[in-house]
Design a protein around this ligand. Structure first.
Ligand SMILES: [Zn+2]
Length: 296
């Protein structure tokens, strides 16, 4: 891609996990400061391997200062890629210490001040998580500055239907909802996300591909899929993104976990264009169109 394109496009990203932005060197430093074992190398080849690394790396980020540092460093990374708006998720069930949420608020403010980038947060619920933990996550979503939505992560073989009440409360409060569904799970997981939980934006969603009825559901409801080509490839998945584009299902490309994959949003746009024949301009426009926050 030309330098001109890089300097004239302002990008939005909608599917990126804060815990997946932690640089390896930063994880090492934080682990020492917090008296924790050294985090693993960022090496994995399947989802189970990824989750093992992800859990240990996430655990290195403990204090409010740690959160502020990680957010600021991702702000630097976004600035270098001309990202001016990002909806970034975090998972409270991975962080049990007190006080870290202050670092989330401060980190967001410092990225706005230093780089002119707006961060909007999604707070993640967990499939099969305890009611207490998911209630706590919703409380954080409802009371923390800068939150625009709720996410959903966890084992896709576990139904998310028991969380419908929490999702309804989030919707009633004006928050968006972007569940992970159809990353490794099949069409029924995507159908549940849309029909039972009312999702209008789905993280991944590519597992819908074999089922014409679920594809039609996505088309009819105008559901946007926030897909992640390199993240998928790193765990051995090869979705047919082109099929969704041919059905005019809105697609947005994302990094998912830029430090762990590793990748950048600029790289994902290039991969989408060259390896999957997706339209770069349409991908960039869809990210702006389908964001939950309306101030970016
Ligand atoms: Zn994700």
């Amino acid at each position: 891609m030309s330098d001109a394109r890089l300097t004239t496009e302002y990008l939005a990203e909608l599917h990126v996990h804060l815990e997946g932005t932690i640089r390896r060197e930063t994880a090492m430093t934080m682990s020492v400061q917090n008296g924790l074992p050294e985090p693993p190398q960022y090496e994995y080849s399947d989802l189970a391997g990824f989750l093992a690394v992800y859990g240990l790396v996430s655990g290195c980020m403990v204090t409010s200062h740690d959160f502020e540092r990680v957010i600021f460093e991702h702000g630097e990374a976004m600035a270098s890629q001309h990202i001016t708006y990002a909806e970034i998720s975090f998972n409270p069930s991975l962080h049990v210490a007190d006080g870290w949420i202050d670092g989330v608020v401060r980190g967001r403010a410092s990225v706005a001040q230093e780089f002119g980038i707006e961060i909007a947060w999604l707070v993640e619920l967990v499939r099969g998580g305890s009611a207490t933990a998911n209630e706590r996550a919703l409380d954080i979503a409802l009371t923390t500055e800068g939150v625009v939505g709720v996410g959903l992560v966890g084992n896709e073989s576990i139904s998310a239907a028991p969380l419908a009440g929490l999702v309804e409360r989030a919707h009633a409060a004006g928050l968006g909802f972007m569940p992970h569904a159809g990353q490794v799970g099949g069409p029924d997981v995507v159908r549940e996300a849309v029909e039972v939980l009312g999702a209008t934006r789905v993280a991944h969603g590519v597992g819908a591909e074999p089922d014409a009825d679920v594809l039609r559901l996505l088309v009819d409801r105008g559901v946007c899929l926030c897909v992640c080509p390199s993240s998928n490839a790193r765990i051995g998945l090869k979705p047919n993104f082109r099929k969704f584009a041919d059905l005019s299902i809105p697609l947005v490309v994302n990094t998912d976990d830029p430090a762990l994959v590793p990748t950048t949003l600029q790289r994902e746009l290039a991969v989408a264009e060259t390896a999957h024949r997706l339209n770069r301009g349409a991908l960039i426009a869809a990210a702006w169109q389908h964001r939950f926050g309306r101030h970016g």
